[in-house]
Design a protein around this ligand. Structure first.
Ligand code: SF4
Length: 341
């Protein structure tokens, strides 16, 4: 039965919710789990023509955020950051430029959800001027409306990162519908969506994993994938522990099999070799603020740089794309789809 589901996926079939659930339920380290991981890697290589990507994120600010996502260090309720701290424009520009020099395939600009939108646009315009025109810029911000979506596009962003997170509306104060509306606004403005099944915790049911996986598929993003929750010390969710990298490898392979060849990317975060080996072809370097970290400069703690991400890929036998992201390029994706079909 599992072999049949894998075969259906590799042949380009759309898996049903029940089939995805069966793949998630397979015990780790069983021969069937090994088959799922091997097939996930195979499908991932075919979908991206064997080229992985390293994207890099610059965090603009730290602030206690009223949306109170329980897994986030910025959440007011978690009490990690009590003051508003802004990274200086000069530092932001030099960090973005450094990522470009280091060969990141796309540069993400991230701010907390209630960061003033106008200011985000102004800073982004400055960053855009600092970077060469070919460098792909992606916005990672809170929910936005149609006018703001157009402003992001006009500021030089190719796309966004956005997700309906596990526990959305339960562990966060944001309704899933609001997140889905932002997907729609982005699409209408011509912004390409990257998304993910995240943040996976020990308590999440198979049912919820399936539901959120299908949401990522239906959104027709340029990448999905899966990332685990990093426990923020002394918070309610930290007591639930952390999902192992070995289990995440199985989960991200299932996500890969649940999604079609039209979606070239399959991310994981934080970067790790077993995840990349199992079919994650997108990793992130990070600098500045980070919702999984408790220090102001994540590069001094959890955040990896571009070179470290490339080393993780090398250990997992991936070649890394040189140049601008193909995941976030409409033309490249059309080319990829032609090769596959
Ligand atoms: S994940 Fe985003 S919206 Fe949620 S608390 Fe953190 S910054 Fe705010």
């Amino acid at each position: 039965m599992i072999i049949d589901i894998i075969k259906k996926s590799l042949e380009g079939g759309n898996l049903t919710a029940d089939e995805i659930a069966q793949l998630f339920e397979v015990p780790l380290f069983s021969s069937e789990s090994a088959m799922i991981i091997a097939a996930g890697r195979q499908k991932c290589e075919k979908a991206c023509k064997g080229l992985a990507e390293v994207h890099a994120q610059v965090g603009l600010n730290i602030a206690p955020c009223p949306n109170d996502c329980l897994f986030c260090s910025f959440a007011s309720i978690n009490g990690v950051f009590k003051e508003q701290v802004e990274v200086s424009l000069q530092d932001v520009l030099s960090q973005a430029k450094q990522f470009e020099t280091d060969g990141a395939n796309a540069i993400f600009i991230m701010a907390t959800a209630d960061y003033p939108f106008g200011k985000f646009i102004e800073t982004s315009q400055e960053i855009r001027k600092e970077l060469i025109p070919e460098t792909v810029m992606i916005a990672n911000v809170g929910d936005f409306n149609s006018i703001q979506a157009k402003q992001l596009k006009d500021a030089g962003f190719s796309g966004i990162y956005h997700a309906v997170r596990l526990g959305e509306g339960r562990d966060t104060k944001i309704k899933p519908e609001r997140r889905l509306k932002t997907f729609e606004m982005a699409k209408e403005a011509g912004l390409i969506l990257g998304t993910c099944l995240e943040p996976v915790g020990t308590e999440h049911s198979i049912e919820e994993l399936v539901e959120k996986t299908i949401i990522t598929r239906d959104a027709e993003p340029c990448f999905s994938g899966s990332a685990r929750r990093i426990p923020i010390p002394n918070t309610k969710l930290a007591d639930l522990g952390i999902v192992s990298e070995a289990k995440m490898a199985h989960i991200l392979a299932v996500v890969r099999l649940a999604l079609g060849y039209n979606i070239p990317g399959n991310c994981t975060h934080e970067p790790n070799v077993i995840g990349a080996a199992a079919g994650a072809n997108l990793l992130w370097a990070e600098v500045g603020s980070n919702p999984r970290d408790t220090v102001e400069k994540t590069e001094a703690a959890r955040g990896m740089n571009v070179d470290q991400c490339r080393k993780v890929f090398a250990e997992a036998e991936w070649k890394v794309l040189e140049g601008p992201s193909k995941f976030y390029s409409v033309d490249s994706r059309k080319e990829l789809e032609k090769v596959i079909s």
